[in-house]
Design a protein around this ligand. Structure first.
Ligand code: HEC
Ligand code: HEC
Length: 296
């Protein structure tokens, strides 16, 4: 729970519950009137021409029922425990701790076994891949897709093409510390026409339809602006996460409009860090699973 909800919302709910109970006590206490001596007064309301109502207090037994509900609420909160995590020995927290403990005892040795093994050996182990797949479906599929084939801006992990390198240690590094792919904007430096030229050059390198005069001009602009990151042969640089621009595989898309958008405005793309959250053992299994996908 603490992974998703800040302490503020816990406090908010606790204060709200306490205030509600106090409010009920106040309403009840301020309505505990005694029956007055002498003849009973009429309430003053009249229905159906002659039907009047005595102004009697609620019967005692009825009031006590309300008090009992308040006592019940307080006792329930204490035992459940519905008021913070102070009461560790009971309720769902104890259950949670027991389940975590049991899981640790059951899976600890399994994780330890794979931790000792080389990533590539783990990648070839069906049982390890089944575990890796479950982890992937829990933590990674919302961005990379259930089949790890990616989507616009989320790389395909099954195609043996890597922004940041495909060696086991590169993949572990990616998952542990995250990555930030930064493509600077070139709109101001090149101008709309210059960007269109360079986009045509990029398309020409992938065998896609292009304007050859523009591509020729774009080649020069590419050599003076882009090779620092994408490389002289435009095959990319895994140190910077700069993609290969010659393999007709695209993070964002191959159309002229999308390439123009990338070059004009730049991109800033983040893969979150999972090392601290998942721990080394799970990162190890996930790296092996990812590698097993691209080997096929
Ligand atoms: C919030 C979305 C998000 C989640 C969740 C996520 N990723 Fe990523 N991942 C990305 C993005 C975006 C990139 C590309 C970063 C870049 O452009 O440099 C990426 C890149 C990668 C890469 C590098 C690909 C390459 O070509 O070098 C790997 C490997 C990877 N993710 C694995 C995982 C694994 C395993 C998980 C689950 C633990 C995961 N990702 C969860 C968004 C996500
Ligand atoms: C400072 C390094 C750097 C420079 C300079 C640079 N790029 Fe990039 N480029 C990147 C990175 C990093 C990415 C990946 C962005 C991401 O992960 O989202 C990228 C992505 C791209 C893409 C998207 C590819 C795809 O698969 O969709 C295109 C197209 C591109 N760059 C073209 C260019 C052109 C043309 C130039 C020169 C005008 C250029 N880049 C200059 C670093 C750079």
């Amino acid at each position: 729970m603490a992974d998703f909800i800040s302490g503020f919302w816990n406090m908010y709910v606790m204060v709200l519950v306490a205030l509600s109970i106090l409010f009920c006590v106040f309403v009840l206490a301020s309505n505990m009137t005694k029956r007055e001596k002498g003849p009973v007064q009429l309430h003053g309301h009249v229905w159906d021409e002659t039907l009047a109502e005595y102004n009697n207090p609620l019967p005692r037994w009825w009031m006590y029922l309300f008090w009992i509900t308040i006592v019940f609420a307080v006792v329930y909160l204490a035992i459940y425990p519905g008021f913070g995590r102070s009461n560790q020995s009971r309720g769902q927290w104890a259950q949670y701790d027991a389940e975590m403990q049991a899981a640790q005892e059951r899976f600890g040795p399994v994780f330890a076994k794979y931790r000792e093994m080389d990533v590539m050996a783990v990648a070839a182990d069906p049982e390890a891949n089944a575990m890796g797949k479950r982890l992937f479906l829990t933590y990674c599929q919302q961005c990379h897709g259930a089949a790890a084939q990616g989507a616009k801006s989320f790389p395909n992990l099954t195609d043996s093409e890597w922004l940041w390198g495909g060696a086991p240690e590169n993949i572990k590094e990616t998952i542990t510390n995250g990555r930030n792919g930064v493509m600077p904007p070139f709109g101001p430096a090149l101008g709309a026409d210059g960007v269109k030229d360079v986009a045509n050059y990029v398309r020409s390198m992938n065998g896609l339809a292009h304007d050859s005069v523009r591509a020729q001009r774009g080649k020069e602009a590419f050599e003076s602006n882009c090779v620092a990151c994408h490389g002289a042969d435009a095959k990319g640089n895994p140190m910077l996460g700069a993609p290969n621009l010659t393999d007709n595989r695209w993070l964002y898309g191959s159309s002229e409009a999308v390439i123009i958008e990338t070059v004009t405005n730049g991109r800033n793309n983040k893969m979150p860090a999972f090392g601290a959250f998942l721990g080394e053992d799970k990162v190890h299994l996930l790296a092996a699973y990812v590698l097993s996908l691209s080997k096929k």
